[in-house]
Design a protein around this ligand. Structure first.
Ligand SMILES: Cc1cc2nc3c(=O)[nH]c(=O)nc-3n(C[C@H](O)[C@H](O)[C@H](O)COP(=O)(O)OP(=O)(O)OC[C@H]3O[C@@H](n4cnc5c(N)ncnc54)[C@H](O)[C@@H]3O)c2cc1C
Length: 595
């Protein structure tokens, strides 16, 4: 038995915890009735389990192939057919505005689909993920003709998109970009340069492929302020969209890499390729951030998704593998040994995984629900508040869910013992595939710097103050006795987060190294506070079900997992607070040559 989409978890979150029904004022939400949601998620599960998951190991084994003569890339067996099936079924356009050919459903429903797709086959799911990012960038900055030409085709997945930032000398520091754009005199530009590690920069699924390329125009200032963003299609389209002449760029090689072998990681060479400016000249980074922010949330999904798939594999293995006896007496007296799930140390690993996955999933869904509010509400104040949450939480979910996602994949492999290290079980692939998520779309270190350097101080700390106030308001609500530990968890996490925030305010401005040295721990403290809040809300929803007489063990298990989180995971917040307060001193003590 392979990966099973966690439809029941999704329905619990959407219907009972986030209460989707109360957002019927937002576009698309009135259509997302509990019945339609359940039906849609069941269908999504069938597609991801039945079509994508069987190709996961195939993609890992075969990888992509490159033809140096033509630059063509062949994806693993079955990928192109699966892509066509996905497009025909309309999965790519689930949450896209009907104006562009989408179904206009809530983004949180799309998130459930994305999680399943990424659990089933992360390498495959990256192709439509980046296409959607290109869609959003053109939606945000494109002129009317660009929108009319590209958006309907990207929305459905008929054409694909890719994101071109990185160059050999330029990773984190985008100010080092050298690719050049020169005016052609006919409204187009000619692009020249090398881009490396471009995910989905070439594939064999779609009749056209739209590269979004950051480049420097003639005379533009050095650094990031001189960057502009260009739309560079593989085939120059006629006004009606018919792909025409082949554009002047090609994939000149593929990267050999640790995981996600089914995703083509391309070296791209632009040799006077025709491009169209997207948005204003020299404002390219601002436009690209639309795509990057979306991609960051997409990478957070990958961390969660790989963790879920790896945890499921570990739980299955632990129920079946017979080794040793339970310390309190045999649990499988007729067998030669007990299943390893009886051992407390195996339980510890499984519970760590489960508590962080379920809490992390709730935090991610809660964040994306705010994105829906920001996009759909007609109330300006509500939109601003929702946007603050999305801005604040984007680096947090990206970094926390991918760091923890990898840790969970490692714990899941550990549960398998030596079998996990072999290719007979999927644990090793999950571990390898998940590792990149901590690196791309801005490394997790860079996410933490973004949090303390930009997101926290923005608008006088408004987003953090609102988050702290929301925790206070939740803790002040009257609650059932059974929820008391959860309310205490929220209160203590809030107090620690507030203390760390004040410390940063008092020390981080005077000494930027202090803020930077504390940023990783501060981000983790904020994430744990977020999980404490989510676990309290999930416990409240589960307790309400139990109080109403629902005997489904799902709800009692939810409470027990939540208590595990409070007792065995949340205490890490104290260590993060202590580390935040050490500042830069211990981190910067050694001279560079001492390393
Ligand atoms: C499989 C794969 C797919 C990718 N897909 C794409 C894609 O589709 N499009 C694209 O444009 N790029 C893509 N990338 C590139 C990816 O986004 C970069 O690898 C990433 O941004 C980091 O850049 P770098 O690897 O050059 O690391 P570097 O920037 O060299 O960083 C090395 C280390 O130093 C740290 N560091 C660097 N600067 C700072 C700083 N100022 N403060 C603190 N720490 C710092 C980093 O956190 C990191 O730990 C991909 C990469 C891979 C491996």
């Amino acid at each position: 038995m392979a990966y099973k989409a966690p439809v029941k978890e999704h329905l619990f979150l959407l219907n009972e915890v986030l209460n989707l029904g109360s957002y019927s004022n937002l576009p698309g939400f009135a259509d997302a009735t509990p019945e339609l949601t359940a039906q849609l998620l069941d269908e999504a599960a069938r597609f991801c389990e039945g079509v994508l998951e069987p190709l996961n190991a195939v993609g890992d084994r075969e990888g992509c192939r490159h033809d140096p003569a033509t630059g063509a890339v062949t994806t693993p067996t079955g990928f192109a057919d699966a892509y066509r099936t996905m497009v025909e079924a309309g999965w790519s356009a689930l949450a896209v505005d009907p104006q562009w050919g989408g179904q206009g459903l809530p983004g949180v429903l799309n998130l459930a689909f994305n999680e399943m797709a990424s659990s089933a086959n992360m390498a495959f799911a990256m192709y439509p993920g980046l296409t959607h990012g290109a869609f959003s960038a053109i939606l945000s900055a494109g002129d009317e003709a660009q929108k009319a030409l590209y958006l309907p085709r990207l929305a459905t997945g008929e054409w694909a998109g890719a994101m071109n930032l990185t160059e050999p000398q330029c990773g984190t520091d985008l100010g080092l970009i050298r690719s050049k754009a020169v005016k052609s005199g006919d409204g187009t530009w000619k692009l020249t340069g090398e881009k490396i590690w471009i995910s989905g920069g070439e594939q064999d699924f779609t009749p056209n492929l739209v590269q979004l390329v950051l480049a420097r125009t003639e005379g533009a200032p050095a650094g990031t302020r001189g960057l502009s963003l260009f739309i560079v299609p593989k085939f120059l389209p006629a006004a009606d969209g018919t792909p025409g002449e082949r554009n002047g760029f090609k994939c000149v090689g593929l990267e050999e890499k640790m995981g996600i072998h089914g995703n083509a990681t391309c070296f791209m060479s632009y040799e006077g390729a025709t491009g169209w400016l997207l948005g204003e000249e020299t404002k390219g980074l601002r436009q690209m951030f639309v795509m990057m922010n979306e991609a960051r949330l997409g990478v957070a999904v990958q961390g969660l998704a790989q963790a879920e798939a790896a945890y499921q594999a570990a739980a299955r293995f632990a129920r079946e593998r017979l080794q040793g006896r339970a310390l309190t007496g045999p649990q499988n007296p007729d067998g030669p040994a007990d299943p390893i799930v009886v051992h407390p140390d195996v339980r510890r690993m499984l519970m760590d995984c489960k508590a962080v996955i379920e809490g992390g999933r709730a935090l991610l869904f809660w964040t994306i629900l705010h994105q829906d509010v920001e996009r759909g509400s007609t109330d300006e104040a509500e939109r601003q508040k929702a946007d603050d949450v999305v801005q604040l939480m984007t680096p947090v979910v990206k970094s926390f869910l991918t760091d923890r996602g990898f840790q969970i994949c490692s714990d899941a492999l550990q549960v398998h013992g030596g079998s996990g290290y072999t290719t007979h079980f999927p644990a090793a692939q999950y571990l390898r595939d998940s590792r990149i998520a901590m690196i791309y779309e801005g490394t997790n270190g860079v996410q933490a710097l973004d949090l303390v350097g930009r997101k926290l101080p923005a608008n006088g700390g408004r987003a953090m103050m609102a988050f702290l106030a929301e925790l206070d308001a939740f803790a002040a609500e009257p609650a059932d006795e059974a929820l008391a530990p959860f309310v205490e968890g929220v209160k203590s996490a809030k107090a620690q987060l507030q203390e760390a925030s004040l410390w940063l305010l008092q020390n981080g401005v005077a000494n930027p190294d202090a803020a930077a040295a504390s940023s990783h721990d501060y981000l983790n403290l904020l994430a744990l506070a977020g999980l404490a809040y989510m676990w309290a809300r999930m416990a409240k929803a589960a307790q309400a079900k139990i109080a109403a007489g629902d005997a489904d063990p799902f709800f009692a298990n939810k409470l027990a997992t939540g208590r595990y989180f409070l007792e065995r995971v949340l205490p890490e917040a104290g260590a993060h607070l202590a580390k935040v307060k050490t500042g830069a001193g211990p981190v910067m003590a050694l001279a560079a040559e001492a390393f």
